[in-house]
Ligand binder design. Structure first.
Ligand code: FE
Length: 183
């Protein structure tokens, strides 16, 4: 594994991720570890486990301070994060990350009970992110090659807000890095 990539990820996730995750009672690092743990337990591919671990990296590199959604600002973290990840990993990691917000808007549109299951921070950011998808947006989303993995990631994301969950540490998941790196 590249020592510098591991160092950068640890700096971002362990060094900066003690800020709270939105309005919930877990911090960014716990949220990342829980999402990856859920992906692993669900038998997801190494790329999706890694994407789940790193899906909110954009929240930690935007320089907009804590909880911009609380101030009515969309940090567009899915685009920022996907661009960062695409420098190091293939599309099977970066694209589900790019699409994980779209996947929330998608699930709200196609599953009648999904909106009701969202945490309050997800509801608040949903409005900033454009609300439910239109029928045209749903169709376009379904044509994306990574849409199924983005939906999986999105379900792990939403469930990864348990203040009592225990997880393996960050390095446990970094063993997937080599398999997913751009050569
Ligand atoms: Fe998240």
């Amino acid at each position: 594994m590249s020592a510098s990539l591991r160092h950068d990820l640890l700096d971002i996730f362990v060094g900066r991720a003690t800020r709270r995750y939105g309005l919930s009672n877990v911090n960014q690092l716990q949220h990342a570890l829980q999402a990856a743990t859920l992906a692993e337990a669900d038998g997801a591919s190494p790329a999706t486990v890694l994407a789940s671990l790193l899906h909110d990296i954009g929240h930690m590199i935007h320089g907009l301070g804590d909880n911009p959604a609380g101030r009515g600002v969309d940090d567009v973290h899915e685009e920022l994060g996907a661009r960062w990840l695409a420098q190091h990993f293939g599309p099977e990691v970066s694209e589900p990350v790019r699409l994980h917000v779209a996947a929330k808007r998608y699930l709200c549109a196609v599953e009648s009970d999904y909106f009701g299951k969202l945490a309050s921070d997800s509801v608040r950011s949903l409005q900033l992110q454009g609300g439910l998808m239109s029928a045209n947006e749903v169709e376009a989303f379904q044509r994306h090659p990574q849409q199924a993995e983005a939906v999986r990631l999105r379900r792990y994301d939403e469930a990864a807000k348990d203040p009592r969950a225990t997880t393996p540490d960050f390095d446990h998941f970094l063993r997937h890095i080599e398999a997913c790196r751009i050569q």
